[in-house]
Design a binder for this molecule. Structure first.
Ligand code: LUZ
Ligand code: MOS
Length: 753
């Protein structure tokens, strides 16, 4: 069950947008970006650029036929700056030219003057200034104010985490092709075709039915194209409208790293109260989210931080508050985990700090407080089929912890130039969009007269193998060979009102919609089969492995013949399936409800070795027990778990975004921004999928896989920290991700705090 397109990928045959043949008269775009983080536009003169060789047009805000607005949740994002700029990279103008080279050359001729205003880069400063996207939100359970008195230990601390660049291989790209009658076709590398469609319609001033968005596959996204693909696609649409010619935009890597949205940095304060034995009684936290210069999806991401504030732990008294703070930095946006990792990192930091003070290993506290069946989350949902303790205990049964501890203690007693540490990391991640109306999907299935099947859904293939999973769902529902099934491009004209392919829910929801459509066609085929066999009850008909069975007996009628005959009988061989996830509720006035269809659980064990001379580290081993329900495709799911793990490890260790005080991004390439590579991959990796864990709440008893395993990576921070604690026992711990080699060295050799 290899993903059907792996061979095409390996051979370089898969088609990405930049591989498409050029349209006649294709125009190329270069965007003029603000070089100031905050300021007033005093002058913008495009005349020299407009006269440059090859330039067709230079577009500014005044050329927009509709609204100059692309904000999704909040209307705070003009497509092109008017009057003021709010981050380095704020788009000022678009140069449209015959070639990409001419567009980029002419871009330098655009003259502008911006009067700088004070730039804020720190979310706490933004909070003090009261520049929030919305009022802070608080989730609460029990009574924290009273609970502190019942604790043997109460401690406070601060946890900081940095942002993260998505580093998808395919940079932001879109092509717009004008059609007759004012219609526009957009080929966009987006996770959210409908969002692009709506924004383009708004900016062009046309109805949604005049904008078609289509795509085959993306070269990676990770959340970076959930909202952040929109601006570029709309710019292409605008250029195509203004010039009447096809238009293409493709950011180069430097532009993409420097100006496009990333994971949100957070600065958080926590307070935790425990009994002597390690039982957590109360937890309180305040999260300052660095939301960047535009709202984007920040408030939804903030919400998910609150949902995941207690990770896999049962805590009776909780009070967590989060604020989305505007700053003068590029947008921060969706990134695999969507605020969850930021929340989980804070509670894990609090537990690690508490363990230090209680003189117990952190894993003792973690295990003691793990969720069990029927426990209550602070947002009012109860655990159901809770696998937190099962995954932990299964992992510990497979990896002998006392032996590991002994091995590491011996190593640390023997060596002074390097030290080892390990950490366990449990995860619990809620599956469903927290914006409840997004929990729906559609699928259009056609069975052709030759027995082959094609499906269009709202899902976007971005390398996660969702098309393969949907093909398998169809193969199983119709009981036919998967090779008969083909997945179509994602197209807003074929499936409308699509939700972003996000929240790990793509296969769950679109798979279910495809299943519903197939069941409908199957019902009609059974009626046809009964008629062909001269049997009067279609309920006695079954299809098993492409053979028609009647009353439990095999017949001579096979799939291909059945379909051909059904067609000649004028049977409808197409169906549209719509799936809405049932029983989701949330009351924002009370901050209580049942927002998630189910949760994904798991536990990881991470071992690290720190080189105390260089400040570098490596991960010797990562072992995971993961709750995947009944996997539709284990190869794909394994790939997702390992990929997410490495992305999570990168986030807390080496990936560091740096900015100047004035708000200029200082990283623009892989020579300045380090991401994990093959050599950094742990020498030993193991993954065990929990058995007997069928999930009735998703398609074919499976579970979502995309985001949850990223949070195993958080354990890497604590594995390295534990090695550092072995090197400098008693030195005060710090919670500031990423734990770069520079921070390792300053912990080891800096002045004790
Ligand atoms: N996107 C979104 C997401 O709009 N809502 C969500 O709840 C979500 N969760 C994870 C990733 N993307
Ligand atoms: Mo996402 S963070 O696009 O599921």
């Amino acid at each position: 069950m290899k993903n059907f397109d792996t061979m095409m990928h390996v051979r370089g045959e898969s088609v990405f947008i930049d591989d498409l043949p050029e349209w006649a008269e294709l125009q190329h775009l270069a965007v003029v970006f603000s070089n100031v983080a905050h300021g007033t536009i005093k002058r913008l003169d495009v005349s020299k650029a407009a006269a440059a060789p090859g330039v067709t047009r230079v577009i500014t805000a005044g050329d927009i036929p509709g609204e100059n607005q692309i904000g999704g949740i909040f209307p705070d994002e003009p497509l092109l700056a008017e009057g003021s700029v709010h981050f380095v990279g704020d788009p000022l103008a678009i140069v449209v030219a015959r070639t990409r080279e001419e567009a980029y050359a002419a871009r330098r001729l655009v003259e502008f003057e911006i009067d700088p205003l004070p730039a804020v880069t720190d979310p706490r400063e933004s909070f003090k200034n009261g520049t929030l996207i919305q009022p802070p939100r608080t989730f609460a359970l029990g009574d924290t104010d009273k609970a502190w008195a019942d604790c043997d230990l109460v401690l406070e601390g601060t946890a900081e985490n940095g942002g993260q660049e998505h580093f998808y291989l395919e940079t932001q790209i879109a092509v717009a092709v004008p059609q007759e009658n004012g219609e526009m076709k957009l080929i966009s590398s987006t996770q959210s075709p409908t969002v692009v469609q709506k924004a383009a319609a708004r900016v062009l001033g046309v109805p949604q039915h005049a904008v078609e968005v289509e795509l085959k596959r993306l070269g990676g996204a990770f959340g970076g194209k959930e909202d952040q693909a929109t601006a570029w696609a709309v710019m292409a649409a605008l250029a195509a409208r203004v010039t009447g010619k096809p238009a293409k935009i493709c950011l180069d890597r430097r532009e993409d790293i420097t100006f496009t949205g990333k994971r949100h940095p957070y600065s958080s304060d926590f307070r935790i109260g425990l009994k002597k034995d390690g039982t957590i009684v109360a937890f309180q936290a305040m999260y300052y989210q660095n939301s960047g210069a535009v709202a984007d999806l920040s408030t939804s991401i903030l919400e998910r931080t609150l949902y995941h504030a207690t990770n896999s732990y049962n805590i009776p008294h909780v009070r967590v508050t989060a604020a989305a703070c505007y700053t003068n930095l590029h947008p921060y946006t969706a990134f695999r985990g969507f605020g969850g990792p930021q929340g989980m990192y804070v509670i894990e930091s609090a537990i690690r700090q508490a363990a230090e003070k209680l003189g117990l290993p952190a894993h003792v506290l973690q295990r003691k407080n793990l969720l069990k069946e029927g426990d209550l989350f602070p947002y009012g949902q109860y655990t159901e089929r809770c696998q937190a303790q099962r995954t932990w205990d299964e992992l510990v049964a497979r990896q002998d912890l006392p032996a590991l501890q002994k091995r590491i203690d011996e190593y640390n007693a023997t060596y002074t130039d390097s030290k080892k540490g390990f950490a366990l990391m449990p995860i619990c991640f809620g599956i469903s969009f927290t914006t409840l109306f997004l929990n729906q999907a559609g699928a259009l299935v056609h069975v052709y007269a030759d027995g082959s099947v094609t499906v269009s859904t709202g899902v976007v293939e971005m390398g996660q193998g969702v098309h393969m999973k949907i093909m398998q769902v169809i193969g199983r529902t119709l009981s036919i060979d998967v090779r008969r099934v083909h997945t179509q491009t994602t197209n807003t004209f074929k499936v409308a009102n699509t939700s972003p392919t996000a929240a790990s829910s793509g296969a769950d929801m679109n798979g279910k919609a495809a299943e519903i459509a197939c069941s409908e066609i199957l019902g009609r085929l059974k009626t046809a089969a009964a008629a062909i066999l001269g049997h009067n009850n279609p309920g006695d008909i079954q299809i098993r492995d492409e053979v028609v069975w009647c009353e439990g007996r095999e017949t001579q009628l096979k799939w291909k013949e059945l379909v051909q005959k059904a067609y000649l009988m004028k049977t409808n061989l197409s169906a549209y399936g719509h799936y809405a996830v049932p029983n989701l509720t949330f009351d924002k006035t009370k901050e209580k409800g049942r927002p998630f269809a189910y949760h994904v659980y798991g536990t990881a064990l991470i071992e690290a070795t720190v080189d105390c001379i260089r400040g570098t580290y490596r991960f010797d081993a990562v072992h995971m027990v993961h709750d995947i329900g009944r996997s539709i495709n284990e190869l794909i799911d394994e790939g997702q778990v390992y990929g997410a793990l490495m992305q999570g490890i990168g986030w807390v260790t080496m990936e560091e975004l740096l900015y100047s005080k004035e708000g200029k991004p200082l990283v623009d390439s892989l020579s300045k921004y380090k991401v994990p590579d093959m050599r950094f991959t742990p020498e030993t990796l193991s993954l065990h999928f929990l058995e007997n864990a069928d999930n009735p709440y998703a398609v074919m008893n499976s579970k979502a896989v995309g985001e949850p395993p990223l949070m195993y990576g958080i354990g890497a921070y604590f594995a390295v920290l534990n090695a550092l604690a072995a090197a400098r026992p008693g030195r005060e711990l710090f919670f500031s991700a990423p734990l770069t080699p520079k921070k390792v060295l300053s912990f080891l050799y800096g002045e004790a705090r």
